[in-house]
Design a protein around this ligand. Structure first.
Ligand SMILES: O=C[C@H](O)COP(=O)(O)O
Length: 250
């Protein structure tokens, strides 16, 4: 069961209330590409307004694993869902680093979000030092194995492979490096989930732009993209969606 390619935007800590018009523009033009699943993960303060304004799936960028409690500054899966979110990112390297999030914590976040009806994009990826040491596949596969929720429906869980050294830098791995990693992650997913592991979408993230999207989407087991900077503006983001649509038709 081949799912549509998924192109998700991650606005990170960009975007203010004036950007609802940009989100509306993205949602409007994304409708031209029904063969691609498109989603936008915005700052938590924008979720409710964005979800009310557009039919595009709006997501969060993190979630706490507890249902409620004394977790200052955190947001539960139910809060995201009640605000209109349809999905959330978990385990982004910027949070694993800054918030010292462990694989076990990322797994718990993913399970809490899935249990609450949110879809999940679970992020993994290696540092430059690990890449240069030649142990990226081993380290990232171990990170995935330790972060994966016990059970998962391929329609609701996607994995985002994001080499940390490619995030925001304009640098990307070679297509051969992407192919090697995604093939290894596919094997890891089949080991974890059996036949369903073949259908869990593996997104690539890290300096995806209109200029490189087509070649990235042509790599086997690249089922979409998690896009940061190039998702902030419709003019930059929609060409990436269009590139994913071309690959579907090819
Ligand atoms: O979540 C998105 C990734 O961190 C990639 O960000 P970027 O496209 O700005 O490199």
């Amino acid at each position: 069961m081949a799912l549509k390619k998924l192109v998700a935007g991650n606005w990170k800590m960009h975007g203010m209330s004036g950007d609802i018009a940009e989100i509306e523009a993205i949602a409007r033009t994304a409708r031209d590409y029904p063969q691609v699943d498109v989603a936008l993960c915005v700052p938590a303060i924008l979720i409710e307004r964005a979800a009310r304004a557009v039919d595009l799936p709006i997501g969060g960028q993190d979630v706490h694993f507890a249902e409620q409690g004394a977790h200052t500054g955190c947001i539960s899966a139910k809060m995201l869902r009640d605000a209109g979110a349809k999905l959330t990112i978990v385990g982004h390297s910027e949070r694993r680093d800054a918030q010292r999030e462990s694989d076990e914590e990322v797994k718990a976040k993913a399970e809490a979000a899935l249990a609450c009806g949110l879809d999940v994009i679970l992020c993994i990826g290696e540092s430059l030092a690990v890449r240069e040491a030649g142990s990226a596949v081993e380290i990232v596969c171990a990170q995935l194995a330790a972060s994966l929720p016990r059970q998962a429906d391929p329609n609701r869980l996607a994995i985002a492979y994001e080499p940390i050294w490619a995030i925001g830098t304009g640098k990307i791995p070679t297509m051969a490096e992407i192919a090697e990693m995604h093939a290894a992650l596919r094997r890891q997913l089949q080991e974890a989930y059996g036949a369903d592991g073949a259908d869990v979408r593996i997104l690539y993230g890290g300096s995806v732009k209109a200029s490189n999207a087509s070649e990235i989407f042509a790599v086997p087991d690249v089922d979409g993209a998690l896009v940061g900077g190039a998702s902030l503006k419709q003019a930059d983001f929609i060409p990436i969606v269009a590139a994913a649509a071309e690959k579907v038709e090819a």
